[in-house]
Design a protein around this ligand. Structure first.
Ligand SMILES: [Zn+2]
Length: 137
C-alpha cells in the first residue's frame, strides 16, 4: 500500500466513524475551496484545488472536524481557508483534526517532532503553534 492509499483509507475510515458523507470531487475548478455543509452533513473536498495548493489530507480531516465539533448556532457552511485560524469553529475543527491525526501518528510509533508530523499529514505550517500546543499539552 502506498502512503497515499494509506492516508486515503485513514480519511475514509474517519468519515465512516463520524457518519459523515465525503466526496472527493475531481471536476471542480482549481479556485473552488473545499467545503463542509452541516445541512447535508457532507464534506466536498476539491482534489484539483488541493493538487495545486496542497493539504489534501489535512483539509479532509479539517472539514470532518466541523462535523465532529458542530454545535447550535454554528455556521451551516464552512469553506476551507488554511490561513483562517482566528475563528472559533475553524479552531475547533483544526484542533479535532490535529488530535485525530496525532493519535494515529502515535499508534504508528510516530515521534513528537512538530514538522515531521506536519509533513506526513500535510498540515499547513501556519498551524505549527496549535500543533505544538496539542502535542505537548
Ligand atoms: Zn473550516
Amino acid at each position: 500500500m502506498t502512503k497515499f492509499e494509506a492516508l486515503k483509507d485513514l480519511v475514509i475510515d474517519a468519515y465512516k466513524e463520524e457518519h459523515t458523507k465525503l466526496v472527493w470531487a475531481t471536476t471542480l475548478s482549481v479556485d473552488t475551496p473545499s467545503i463542509y455543509s452541516a445541512d447535508f452533513n457532507m464534506a466536498i473536498i476539491n482534489v484539483n484545488y488541493h493538487k495545486e495548493k496542497g493539504y489534501l489530507f489535512f483539509a479532509s480531516f479539517h472539514e470532518l472536524g466541523h462535523s465532529a465539533t458542530v454545535h447550535e448556532g454554528d455556521h451551516r457552511l464552512h469553506t476551507w481557508n488554511e490561513y483562517d485560524v482566528a475563528n472559533d469553529s475553524e479552531r475547533s475543527a483544526n484542533t479535532w483534526a490535529i488530535k485525530h491525526l496525532l493519535k494515529h501518528h502515535h499508534d504508528n510509533d510516530g515521534r513528537d517532532l512538530i514538522y515531521e508530523f506536519m509533513d506526513i499529514y500535510q498540515i499547513p505550517y501556519s498551524l505549527s503553534d496549535l500543533v505544538e500546543t496539542i502535542m505537548f499539552e
